[in-house]
Write a protein that binds this ligand. Structure first.
Ligand SMILES: NC(=O)c1ccc[n+]([C@@H]2O[C@H](COP(=O)([O-])OP(=O)(O)OC[C@H]3O[C@@H](n4cnc5c(N)ncnc54)[C@H](OP(=O)(O)O)[C@@H]3O)[C@@H](O)[C@H]2O)c1
Length: 305
């Protein structure tokens, strides 16, 4: 099969190559998915799981890309819950070959049915960003109606999902990002926007929840904005500063079939809008991941036309 591989961590996305690889086999409780569309998080190439297996052995050449949509073509021993021919979407294991390939083997529990009226490209854009937003807001942030949420990077892949889900849950959303992202963040449902290069973050005042996708100095300064009893949720590693009288939490997203169903249902009924900036093909993927200009929104690779 055709697949994108990486072998050299120092090379970043410039080291990606389109090659021929053996088709994956379905292990216990797996399905093999004929990939129709694949999503890639640019920072994947810095994650240890892209380079080693769970006991730390080198697993290069590895296939990046961990979001997918496609059609089940084979079931592993013991697999239940999905059937051959079914449309699915979800997240592939970080420590296994990913989805920038014509086929991927994925544990069935990490996939959910993709309704027939949802385009494969949309399906592949939702799992990581949608589930990260859902889990950060509701599982870890325990967001309540009427609370205020500061969403960093509100025009980005995760931030746009956080903004929409928080708004739908009845929260007051303040988005942040670069000046050029203001209108996008407002269109996704933020009531206010903070341009991190030109506005003072501290002027936001107190909020109940900060959803941090940036970290560093922005993350540290955000801790001081959290109201007593509030929460700083970070998806970029352990927060460097904690709220004086609140919680600080960091986590890595996990696939969840019930939450994927919730997310895709919101896309179908218009409550949630995918944030796809660019689509490309597997043949052009390497060039697409090495853009000469900044790409907004998610990049989705249509593996099958
Ligand atoms: N823990 C988890 O489970 C998990 C899950 C998903 C993602 N992540 C991580 O979360 C981060 C965001 O992912 P994403 O897919 O949402 O990325 P993304 O689509 O690039 O979104 C990030 C947004 O934040 C903006 N931004 C970043 N640094 C900024 C700064 N200093 N000032 C102003 N704006 C800034 C970006 O603008 P520019 O494009 O102009 O920089 C972009 O709009 C990544 O580090 C990713 O690895 C973690």
């Amino acid at each position: 099969m055709k697949a994108i591989v990486v072998t050299d961590q120092a090379a970043g996305t410039a080291g990606m190559r389109l090659v021929e690889r053996p088709e994956p086999q379905a292990a216990i409780n797996d399905v093999v998915v004929q990939v129709h569309a694949s999503g890639f998080v640019p920072t994947e190439l810095t994650w240890p799981s892209t380079w080693t297996d769970r006991v730390g052995r080198d697993r290069t050449p590895s296939i990046p890309g961990h979001e997918l949509s496609g059609v089940v073509i084979a079931l592993g021993y013991g697999t239940r819950g999905l059937s051959v021919g079914q449309r699915v979407f979800g997240i592939a294991d970080w420590y296994r070959d990913g989805t920038l390939a014509e086929y991927a083997a994925v544990e069935a529990r990490n996939l959910a049915p993709l309704p027939g009226d949802v385009d494969f490209a949309v399906g592949a854009s939702l799992p990581i960003s949608g589930l990260t937003a859902w889990q950060g807001l509701f599982d870890y942030g325990r967001l309540q109606t009427g609370q205020s949420v500061l969403v960093h990077g509100a025009a980005g892949a995760v931030g746009s999902m956080v903004t929409q889900l928080a708004r739908e849950a009845g929260a007051y959303v303040i988005g942040t990002g670069r000046a050029a992202d203001r209108q996008t963040a407002l269109d996704f449902g933020a009531k206010e926007f903070v341009d991190l290069d030109n506005d003072a973050l501290e002027d936001v005042g107190e909020v109940d929840l900060v959803f941090d996708v940036i970290g560093g100095d922005i993350g540290k300064r955000s801790a001081d904005l959290i109201r007593a009893g509030g929460t700083l949720v970070s998806i970029v590693g352990p927060p460097e500063a904690r709220p004086a009288d609140g919680l600080a939490i960091d986590f890595v997203v996990e696939s969840d079939r019930a939450q994927l169903r919730e997310i895709v249902q919101r896309v179908r009924d218009g409550r949630l809008r995918a944030n796809i900036g660019t689509t490309s093909t597997l043949d052009d993927a390497v060039a697409t991941f090495n853009p000469s200009t900044r790409i907004k929104g998610k990049t989705i690779i249509r593996v099958r036309p």
